[in-house]
Ligand binder design. Structure first.
Ligand code: ADP
Length: 790
């Protein structure tokens, strides 16, 4: 890529050179150094790779292309598919008659590197000038394996070379300078005159030059052009023709020279000599090209960038030379937008004056450091709300000339979402970690736990770390076998986005082997950027247990009611035989003397039969009533006694519509105890029912749960009518009822049942009571407690 040096640039150069008392040449030299520095900086910034690169395999027949970079594709329009595996010659189409092709061929044959200029054709058929450099690649044994080809599209340069020639003024200015070369050649192409400037530039003795053919010192690719110009000079003597030629220097290096050829006629009017006035423009061309390349890349990047771009120039103290501020040399549109000032207000402004935060916020010092150390620098920073352009930015600072280039990206939005994300993640984390619910996150593929909170340990006994190390099988192993299939299905449904049943219940083995009922809820979430299932665990074992105990208790209640009914039936059925007995006895007493012996015997027999009938009726009924109670096997198993107490109190209270305040206190913090829960239910039911039955409405009743070293203690305390000293020894006898209790419905069986239940536990029961002062029934059951839970 190159660019024509325009008229204005030349005039400016000339003016600057005059002002600095330099020749244009010297000025260009200085500029060249600056330009290189800038170019290097820009290259660093943009990391552009402008050349097409091809690699061919020299070991395969016809050297197929094995690599082509993206630029090659861009420049030629040929895709990788159309390139790889083919010989490079497709780039020449049918234009095979080119000197460069022969050069390449022989270099390849010799395994040497070379540089040639070729007319190549893009896929769309358009021609471009390709300056191709090829270099051999050898393996460790020295065997030629590949050729690397670096192509540069120099079409533009060729065009410029031609355009350059058209500028008369430019040529004149060159010619006028002292360093212009003047030579003359004869029609055989031999030097006839060389001026001192040319001699010193070329570096050969005048004599040696004069014995040399001019064409020998011109690059082979420019021979044709030279011959054309010479022909033109012959045809139009006196008329100047410009040409740009590459001169081969004694060290074989190339220099770009600009010439004006003119045919000089002898007296006969024939052209016998060509006068050539020229100038070495290599530096200018290189400079222009370098500047242009660097500038074009820089421009595109700067203007097309979404980032704000600032070019700052150091402002130095006149005396000390220290950097004291930076002047804005250039800004792009985004910078104008970002700073909220017009371009005119920004350009030439001093950054610390325009925006004092540059000094107070330490930016000035950072830029100064970059200028002094040449170390590029980048950081994210925040401009507070009370300054111009508040927000978050990322800036990249590199040294350019005596100043810095700054690429500034507004990252406020990114920061804001980062903060939001962090806050929301923080909230989520706090919620999850402190939740009383167990929360685990299951990674979906493969299934494993990627997060577990502390509550999980309380629920299933495994620490969060132990949970994380579980795989799918170990997770299933802690699930009750009956629930495994449904548990997996529930997970699958959740992963597939199907609606899953809320509060899905599973039984899980705790680490200590105990079963817990767990309600599981699952939702599909994104965790650490992957789909995952969030599971919440709630231990509902106590709830399940209390529901079970409740229904158990109700069964007992019904049984009790049944007994009551049976007993009242019995009392009804007994009335007939008792009436018969009573009337028979009456007759016997009253009419004893009047009745014959036979009649008396008949009456006595009737009494005997009725007594027999009544006894049988009584026995049958008692057997029938007691059998469901006594037939049951004694089955102690761990049960949460606290729950059972509460359930019993709630149930009894509900029967009596809350007329009796009943308190339940767990003084000994008793929890799980191995008892027969059916029998214990019966104990509670009967003792609590009696306490209510024998208390006035509103009487206080208390159920206490306590423990000693060996016993679980249950106390039912009331403030009701109490029991007389005479009755106390008998109240556990079947059908015994105190005299004072006769106006109250009852069977006299309840305490007998309680005694039976206590006996089956090998426990003890006793009662303390005073008439009119209430009673305390104390039941002691031997402790068979699962102590781990207390
Ligand atoms: P029932 O209550 O059906 O009569 P029980 O066997 O439950 O039969 O009780 C036997 C007797 O003990 C009762 O009739 C009553 O006289 C007495 N009794 C039981 N509990 C109490 C109590 N909490 N307060 C006063 N007397 C009671």
């Amino acid at each position: 890529m190159s660019r024509q040096i325009d008229e204005k640039t030349w005039q400016r150069l000339q003016a600057r050179a005059n002002a600095q008392n330099l020749s244009v040449d010297e000025l260009l030299n200085d500029l060249l150094d600056e330009a290189n520095a800038e170019m290097i900086c820009n290259d660093h910034m943009l990391d552009a790779a402008p050349s097409s690169i091809l690699i061919t395999d020299a070991r395969q027949p016809d050297h197929p292309i094995v690599f082509a970079n993206a630029t090659f594709e861009q420049v030629t329009g040929y895709s990788q598919d159309e390139t790889l595996g083919y010989n490079c010659r497709f780039l020449q189409n049918d234009d095979r008659d080119q000197p460069g092709i022969d050069q390449i061929r022989s270099a390849v044959e010799r395994g040497e590197s070379c540089t040639v200029l070729l007319r190549n054709y893009r896929k769309d058929g358009s021609m471009f000038w390709n300056e191709l450099r090829i270099a051999p690649v050898r393996d460790a044994t020295g065997q030629l394996t590949h050729f690397v080809g670096i192509q540069n599209d120099v079409t533009e340069r060729k065009r410029i070379e031609e355009e350059l020639l058209k500028s008369e003024t430019r040529l004149r200015s060159l010619l006028e300078s002292q360093s212009a070369f003047v030579i003359r050649t004869d029609m055989n192409g031999e030097y006839t005159y060389v001026n001192p400037a040319f001699v010193s530039w070329y570096g050969w003795e005048r004599e040696k030059l004069l014995s040399e053919s001019v064409l020998e010192t011109i690059h082979v690719l420019d021979h044709e052009k030279t011959e054309r110009i010479v022909e033109a000079c012959i045809l139009q003597p006196g008329q100047p023709f410009q040409v740009l030629l590459r001169k081969i220097m004694p060290d074989r290096g190339l220099r770009h020279t600009l010439w004006e050829f003119m045919g000089i006629q002898d007296s006969s009017g024939a052209v016998m000599e060509i006068q050539c006035v020229g100038f070495d423009i290599t530096k200018q061309l290189e400079l222009e090209e370098a500047l242009q390349q660097s500038e074009a890349r820089y421009r595109t990047a700067v203007e097309s960038s979404l980032d704000a771009f600032y070019l700052l120039e150091s402002v130095r103290d006149d005396i000390t030379g220290d950097v004291i501020d930076f002047r804005i040399v250039e800004v792009n549109e985004n910078a104008v937008q970002q700073m909220g000032l017009s371009r005119t207000a920004l350009v030439n402004g001093l950054i610390c004056e325009l925006f004092p935060i540059n000094r107070t916020g330490g930016f000035f010092e950072q830029y100064k450091h970059v200028v002094e150390t040449e170390h590029p620098f980048e950081q994210e920073y925040m401009i507070p709300a009370d300054h111009a352009a508040p927000g978050w930015y990322h800036h990249q600072v590199v040294k350019v000339g005596d100043g810095v280039a700054i690429v500034n990206r507004d990252i406020t939005e990114r920061k804001r979402s980062e903060v939001m994300l962090r806050t929301s993640e923080e909230k989520y984390r706090l919620l999850v970690e402190n939740s009383y619910q167990g929360i685990m996150i299951e990674q979906v593929d493969p299934i494993r736990i990627s997060f577990a909170n502390q509550a999980i340990e309380d629920i299933i006994g495994y620490t969060p770390d132990e949970m994380l190390s579980m795989d799918r099988d170990s997770l299933l192993a802690i699930t009750h076998p009956d629930d495994r299939e449904a548990f997996v299905q529930h997970l699958m449904d959740c992963i597939q986005g199907k609606e899953t049943a809320p509060d899905f219940r599973v039984q899980i083995y705790r680490k200590n082997g105990e079963f817990r009922y767990i309600n599981v809820n699952r939702v599909l979430i994104t965790y650490e950027e992957h789909p995952a299932v969030q599971m919440t665990f709630i231990d509902v074992t106590d709830r399940v247990e209390s529901e079970r105990l409740k229904s158990q208790f109700r069964v007992e209640q019904e049984r009790n009611a049944l007994i009551q009914r049976i007993i009242s039936m019995l009392s009804h059925d007994l009335r007939t035989p008792l009436a018969v007995i009573a009337s028979s006895r009456d007759l016997l007493v009253r009419y004893h003397d009047r009745l014959s012996a036979k009649k008396r015997q008949e009456k006595l027999d009737t009494i005997g039969r009725q007594v027999q009938f009544a006894t049988e009726l009584l026995e049958d009924t008692v057997n029938m009533a007691r059998s469901p109670l006594t037939a049951r096997k004694f089955e102690p198993r761990p049960v949460n006694l606290a729950t059972l107490c509460q359930v019993s109190v709630d149930e009894v209270r509900s029967i009596h519509n809350g007329d009796y305040p009943i308190n339940c206190t767990n003084l000994g913090h008793v929890k799980t105890v191995a008892v027969d829960e059916v029998l214990v239910s019966r104990i509670f039911l009967n003792l609590l029912s009696n306490a209510i039955k024998y208390s006035p409405v509103g009487g206080q009743i208390r159920l206490e749960l306590d423990r000693s070293d060996e016993w679980i203690i249950l106390r039912v305390i009331d403030q009701g009518m109490g029991i007389s000293e005479d009755d106390l020894p008998h109240i556990f006898d079947p059908f015994y009822r105190a005299d004072d209790a006769h106006h109250i419905n009852g069977t006299g069986l309840g305490l007998n049942i309680v005694k039976d239940c206590v006996d089956r536990h090998e426990g003890r029961i006793h009662v303390e009571s005073k008439l009119g002062q209430g009673s305390v029934f104390t039941v002691e059951l031997p402790m068979q407690v699962d102590s781990s839970d207390q």
